[in-house]
Write a protein that binds this ligand. Structure first.
Ligand code: COA
Length: 347
């Protein structure tokens, strides 16, 4: 029998500062009504200035290790679009701060698909015997790359981190990742991009305080992204359902990347699933990119939706463009509120 990666711990962290739609509408030409009806988002959390992605990742990672009942891991895979620095990767620092000494650690860059990509990387490492136990983290501080003058992106994204622990086990165990599907189409790279700061367009090095160059901000072409997200998430979800041998109607919870509630419902529609089976927490946290799926899982558990034995379908779409999906049966793990605090709603 093949070795499977089995989910055995879950922890999350969001920075305390809640930013409501109403607050954003005071500084940009938008409204609570527009944001809610076009995206489903009511609020998001933004980190305070000076807080970096590793700070959120360490908090979520520590909670996931506590949830797993052991800090014994031999690999850390961190998915992020907003690393602390362009070089080196953020994962080694997170591993070190978690007291994991000299374990292997690297970052995965697949934008909003990052967490699903990282799960597949970790499962591959376990299957190959490279690692026995892996800490997989999705962590983002999008507030550091949002253009405050761009209402089409600023209202959508939030900061946060979520982490799981995977261990080597048997495919028949609850928690085993049963199937993966990953894909990309780099011909669409311009749809979601931070143009400046890489080898194509190095930073010019303005050390003086002042306005940031426009090319250092995140940009997105919302309409085509919406369309491709629905198509690719539906196709990729169907691929893992086929590999797992599950009918779409037998899935208890569709936990898709929390980009837009209309995207999630359109994907459910295309799969022939009941919309009520879609986990939605983007109203509370916005689009947290690589962190969104573990944050949605934790909220689904604390909301009393997701329970041991449930069939769960994960699917994401992101810049690159990239997409990916995973299927698992939810395990009986400890995710009490000390470990995975329920994301607070604003009044
Ligand atoms: N507040 C108010 N109005 C806004 C606005 C905002 N925050 N952002 C855009 N608008 C305006 C536009 O300027 C446009 O005005 P116009 O008709 O006068 O030109 C109008 O609203 C419609 O804009 P449009 O871009 O067509 O809206 P949309 O229905 O496509 O919704 C998104 C925009 C971004 C919410 C939607 O395209 C989307 O969710 N895309 C996917 C984004 C995503 O999930 N990305 C991450 C995936 S990994």
């Amino acid at each position: 029998m093949n070795t499977a990666a089995v989910l055995t711990g879950l922890g999350t962290y969001v920075p305390p500062r809640v930013v409501t739609n109403e607050e954003l509408s005071r500084t940009m030409d938008t409204s609570d009504e527009w944001i809610r009806t076009r995206t489903g988002i009511a609020q998001r959390h933004w980190a305070d200035t000076g807080t970096a992605t590793s700070d959120l990742a360490v908090e979520a990672g520590a909670r996931a290790l506590k949830s797993a009942g052991s800090a014994d891991v031999d690999l850390v895979v961190l998915a992020t679009t907003t690393p602390d620095h362009p070089c080196p990767a953020t994962a080694p620092q997170v591993a070190s701060r978690l007291g994991l000494r000299t374990v292997a650690a690297y970052d995965v860059a697949a934008v909003c698909s990052g967490f699903v990509y990282a799960l597949a990387c970790a499962a591959g490492a376990i299957a190959a015997g490279v690692a026995e136990r892996v800490l997989v983290i999705g962590a983002e501080t999008y507030s550091t790359i949002l253009n405050p003058d761009d209402r089409t992106t600023s209202v959508i994204f939030g900061d946060g981190a979520g982490a799981v622990v995977l261990r080597a086990g048997d495919p028949s165990e609850p928690g085993a990742l049963l199937a993966h599907d990953l894909g990309s189409d780099g011909s669409l790279k311009d749809l979601i991009m931070v143009p400046g700061g890489g080898s194509r367009q190095p930073v010019t090095g303005a050390a003086e305080p002042g306005p940031r160059p426009a090319d250092s901000y995140f940009g997105m072409q919302g309409k085509p992204v919406f369309r491709h997200a629905v198509t690719r998430m539906a196709e990729s979800s169907q691929a893992v359902l086929d590999r797992a041998g599950w009918a779409a109607q037998s899935v208890d919870w569709f936990v898709g990347h929390q980009a837009n509630v209309r995207i999630l419902h359109a994907v459910a529609d295309q799969l022939g699933m009941d919309k009520e089976r879609t986990v939605v927490n983007l109203d509370r946290v916005g689009n947290t990119s690589a962190a969104s799926i573990p944050l949605a899982l934790a909220d689904a558990v604390s909301d009393g939706l997701l329970a041991p034995g449930h069939r769960v379908l994960l699917s994401a779409f992101g810049g690159g463009v990239t997409w990916g999906s995973t299927a698992l049966v939810w395990p009986d793990i400890t995710t009490d509120r000390d470990i995975s605090p329920k994301t607070p709603r604003s009044s």
